[in-house]
Design a protein around this ligand. Structure first.
Ligand code: NAD
Length: 440
């Protein structure tokens, strides 16, 4: 076979997977309908920002281990086909499978030309029962039979943006949803070549594998909303401080410290849409999902708390200069999909405040969202200069370099709202007006 695997959809998941596999010596064919993305990748340039991605990408494009194209003509030249296209929400919150359906149709038409046994590996996040629908569609488009001519694996992805390469090469666990021993053997033969030390593998059926992904995302989002709820309580008790409460909670071996930082809530391309999808799935199955409603509601109102804090301090914010540090939905990525910065900035712009922003890498994406309604700065110091209030929205580590004296020297009024508890309150409180989430 000309390729060992092909990967359909070269976004955060597909591109990370393709580059990491190719770096382990696997011959990868990448397919994406976005021509611009394909052109960029061919030139060895990464269309997304991820640590170490550019170096690895250049290497595998140069040595030919990764080849990319925008059509499906050569799909049948690899026996293992990974599906990593997006699975966004419909208006009612349910999962939108339009990209999956188009991809499956194209795979079907391509594998029709060959008598090989193909394995389709679903990396995209899909709601339970989706793989059953995919099988029917694939049978219809290819004229082939599942179990005889092709197999399906549900292998959900858990990488975190900002750590995509690391997470792809060293996952905590691998979930293999399968319906035949043959398929299980094929995928594990590949994974033994890729992972120097194969992480724990959970074998299960297709539906459980689909639900494992949602139960994991939802649980992590639940932890975030829960600690933000406790942060609200802490703000209302004398001397309350969520950092101390969280530190104490984390010492309990039953509670892991990860995803337990109070802040402005979660954003990004996964948690919000995954919760919407599982909520809609619960409804279809007659299962009460009030628990999800609470996660969503806390998260919806959490960014607005900084607006309340700003108003409390500045009164009317019209014509007030406000600086925003950090725009991406989390540090380490340029991804602004569903970022809380968007909610905060739009609200402040509507209140006619003058906004200046800085982010280490998300400025280009921010320009596409805000245009010239706000000002863009080249560094954090320029951003806070002459402003009446600064809101820290994304906890990039470079913001740690800002010391109390920088805020005092640069700002009109040294008023800092720490939305992510990045700064040490005991030091900052001595020098400036330091307000923070979860601090009374
Ligand atoms: N981003 C994450 O951190 C992450 C983590 C775990 C799981 N996931 C899941 O993985 C899937 C992909 O997520 P992503 O963030 O990489 O998405 P993305 O939007 O970054 O990338 C999807 C890519 O698929 C391409 N595409 C769409 N339709 C296509 C088609 N018919 N043929 C070929 N290419 C097509 C798009 O052009 C795009 O480049 C989603 O289901 C998501 O929920 C994402």
């Amino acid at each position: 076979m000309e390729y060992d695997v092909s990967i359909i959809g070269l976004g955060y998941v597909g591109l990370s997977t393709g580059i990491c596999f190719a770096n382990r010596g696997i011959k990868v064919l990448g397919i994406d309908i976005d021509q611009k993305k394909i052109q960029k990748i061919r030139k060895g340039k990464s269309p997304i920002f991820e640590k170490n991605m550019s170096i690895l990408l250049k290497k595998v494009v140069k040595n030919g281990k990764l080849r990319v194209q925008s059509n499906y003509d050569d799909i049948f030249k690899s026996k293992i086909i990974f599906l990593a296209v997006g699975t966004p929400s419909n208006i009612d919150g349910s999962i939108n499978l339009k990209y999956i359906k188009t991809a499956i149709k194209n795979i079907g038409l391509s594998i029709k030309k060959s008598n090989e046994y193909f394995l389709i590996v679903i990396k995209s996040t899909v709601i339970p029962n989706t793989s059953e629908k995919i099988i029917k569609d694939l049978e219809r488009h290819s004229g082939k039979i599942c179990g005889t001519d092709f197999g399906i694996i549900v292998n959900p992805e858990f990488l975190q943006e900002g750590k995509a390469v690391q997470d792809t090469l060293y996952p905590d666990r691998i979930i293999i949803g399968h319906s035949s021993q043959k398929d299980k053997k094929i995928i594990m033969k590949l994974y033994k070549k890729i992972y120097r030390k194969v992480p724990p593998v959970v074998y299960t059926n297709l539906n459980n594998a689909e639900l494992i992904k949602y139960s994991t995302s939802t649980f992590l989002a639940l932890k975030i909303s829960y600690i933000n709820y406790i942060a609200r309580l802490a703000e209302n008790i004398p001397g309350g401080d969520i950092v101390e409460i969280k530190t104490a909670m984390s010492l309990d071996k039953r509670i892991s410290e990860s995803f337990l930082n109070a802040g402005l809530g979660f954003g990004g391309s996964c948690f919000p849409k995954d919760i919407r999808a599982i909520k809609s799935f619960s409804k279809d199955n007659g299962i009460n999902s009030d628990i999800l409603k609470s996660i969503i509601e806390i998260n919806r109102t959490q960014p607005l708390r900084v607006i309340t804090m700003v108003k409390k301090k500045l009164g009317n914010v019209q014509k007030k200069n406000i600086s925003i540090l950090g725009l991406s939905f989390k540090p380490g990525t340029d991804d602004m999909r569903d970022a809380v910065s968007i909610i905060i900035i739009k609200k402040l712009v509507a209140l006619k405040a003058k906004i200046k922003v800085y982010d280490p890498i998300a400025i280009d994406n921010a320009k596409r969202i805000f245009g010239n309604s706000i000002q863009y700065s080249k560094n954090p110091v320029e951003c806070i200069k002459n402003t009446d209030c600064c809101i820290l929205v994304t906890e990039w580590s470079e913001f740690k370099n800002l010391k109390p004296k920088d805020f005092v020297k640069q700002m009109n009024r040294p008023l800092l709202i720490d939305g992510r508890r990045l700064y040490e309150k005991s030091i900052f409180k001595n020098y400036l007006e330091y307000n923070a989430i979860g601090l009374s």
